[in-house]
Design a protein around this ligand. Structure first.
Ligand SMILES: NC(=O)c1ccc[n+]([C@@H]2O[C@H](COP(=O)([O-])OP(=O)(O)OC[C@H]3O[C@@H](n4cnc5c(N)ncnc54)[C@H](OP(=O)(O)O)[C@@H]3O)[C@@H](O)[C@H]2O)c1
Length: 249
């Protein structure tokens, strides 16, 4: 990791306390960005911040609950001066509450939509004004191949993840004139706590249908995000980048 493509930039990563979000914090930090790491588990964020401080990476832990999207703007308004200008937003926080339609409660539907989609809306709205004013910004949302292909038992999750695509394409058009790019990364099956819950036999079957014959790693996703966040990706907007080992082509 020698290139320092993100020096001078401040990134906000939601869902940064573990899994893909934590990997994104590490990779963006290694590329020279200062990072606001947001999630509900403040202790995990604090240890990540302490660990990366030892490597010279500045990480500000931020307790943020996207199940209460109406609180997001205020929380971001309280950031310390040196972290107050967000240049790169990564909407990564996500939850699942799976079930077949007949058994899916309205609550399970609304919970997933609120955190995964409304949370991204509230966060993007809060940081976009500064990006437009400064004439530079990157908004990257972590969707899923499930949002593109559908998945039995995940109607709520698929709807939220597909929603992120329409949301991002609309923002890409709205914000382009201010040099703010808006893109989506759609991972396939990535080895994390979320996929650890899949039973072993089912996991083997899944790997069997992935052309690259392995689950993705959190770094596979983080590097795609780092590219879209970079200066060099400045002419890429409204794009959905699949990181799925060919699962979705
Ligand atoms: N793993 C996969 O195979 C895969 C595939 C495609 C897409 N994705 C997407 O990639 C993203 C990250 O997935 P992951 O596998 O790393 O998931 P994960 O390990 O379950 O982590 C989810 C993150 O979201 C945060 N979060 C959950 N509820 C939140 C809330 N109400 N407010 C704020 N933060 C909240 C969690 O932090 P706290 O609990 O501390 O709040 C955690 O940091 C998700 O959007 C997921 O849908 C994952």
């Amino acid at each position: 990791m020698t290139a320092m493509r993100l020096e001078g930039r401040t990134a906000l990563v939601t869902g940064a306390s573990q899994g893909i979000g934590e990997a994104i914090v590490r990779v963006l930090g290694a590329q020279g960005a200062k990072v606001i790491a947001a999630a509900r588990s403040i202790d995990k964020l604090q240890s990540l911040s302490a660990e990366l401080a030892a490597e010279g990476v500045e990480v500000h832990p931020l307790e943020l609950d996207l199940a209460a999207p109406e609180t997001v703007a205020e929380k971001l308004g309280e950031l310390p001066e040196s972290f107050s200008e967000v240049d790169i937003l990564v909407n990564n926080a996500g939850i699942t509450e799976d079930g077949l339609l007949a058994r899916m409660s309205l609550e399970a539907w609304e919970d997933v939509l609120r955190v995964n989609l409304t949370g991204a809306f509230a966060t993007a709205r809060a940081v976009s004004r500064g990006m437009m004013r400064r004439r530079w910004g990157r908004i990257i949302s972590i969707s899923s191949v499930v949002g593109l292909m559908g998945n039995a038992g995940q109607a709520n999750y698929a709807a939220a993840k597909a929603g992120l695509v329409g949301f991002s394409k609309s923002l890409a058009r709205e914000l382009a004139s201010r040099n703010v790019t808006v893109n989506v990364v759609a991972p396939g099956f990535i080895g994390t706590a979320m996929t650890d819950r899949i039973p072993e036999k089912h996991r083997e079957e899944l790997v069997g249908v992935i052309p690259l014959k392995r689950l993705g790693s959190v770094d596979d996703v983080a590097w795609a995000v780092a590219f879209l966040a970079s200066e060099e990706a400045g002419y890429v907007t409204g794009h959905v980048l699949n990181v799925s080992g060919g699962l979705y082509i």
